[in-house]
Design a protein around this ligand. Structure first.
Ligand code: GLN
Length: 196
């Protein structure tokens, strides 16, 4: 399984370590030439959604990535990656890839709770540790998006067909089960011929 990790800005290196540990082949995507049709899945890391979103456009990566998503290639977005995939961002006109039926609230936990950890159930996986860093939450799911985890009544993970998002950073804990969940999605999509 070959996973393309967007390495434009933010916390991509830790994802690469986890994906490799789980047996995936990892390639960094930094420019248009890196993004070809050979990938089985993609990962959009945490960081600053405004910066990553702008770079995706400027580097000519946005449109080819949108096409791959439409072909059914699985994409995992964490934190800023969640914001990049959301169809709506509260109090913000700009959206980016806008592929997932979720509304997200940026920096949703305010200053005091800029960073915190929690332990909560993740559907089909079990209780997992969750690290939040100036995180968004999902204020609304609609259409085909299904919540997978909630913390304090707020949705913090969701799935819609080939798209998976978490508001937290699973790559910053020793628990690799959310990445394994994503690689299962990748495996299934590769087998079933990718219908988004
Ligand atoms: N606050 C960041 C944003 O709005 C996301 C934080 C993160 O990815 N850890 O993009």
């Amino acid at each position: 399984m070959k996973i393309g990790v967007f390495a434009l800005q933010g916390a991509f290196a830790e994802h690469e370590v986890v994906l490799r540990r789980l047996g995936a082949e990892v390639r960094e995507i930094r420019q248009r030439a890196d993004l070809d049709d050979s990938f089985d899945g993609f990962l959009l890391p945490g960081g600053e959604s405004t910066v990553i979103g702008k770079l995706l456009g400027e580097l000519g990566l946005q449109q080819p990535l949108e096409e791959q998503i439409d072909r059914g290639i699985p994409v995992f977005g964490t934190c800023a990656g969640l914001l990049l995939l959301a169809k709506q961002i509260e109090n913000q006109e700009t959206t980016y890839l806008a592929k997932m039926d979720i509304a997200a609230k940026r920096n949703a936990y305010g200053r005091q709770l800029g960073s915190f950890t929690a332990q909560a159930a993740f559907a089909d996986v079990g209780e997992i540790p969750m690290v939040f860093i100036r995180a968004p939450y999902i204020s609304r799911t609609f259409g085909a998006a299904q919540p997978l985890a909630t913390v304090d009544g707020k949705v913090v993970a969701a799935r819609q067909a080939n798209l998976l998002v978490t508001a937290f950073h699973p790559e910053l804990t020793a628990d690799t089960r959310v990445h394994a969940y994503f690689l299962d999605m990748v495996r299934t999509a590769a087998k079933t011929g990718r219908t988004a």
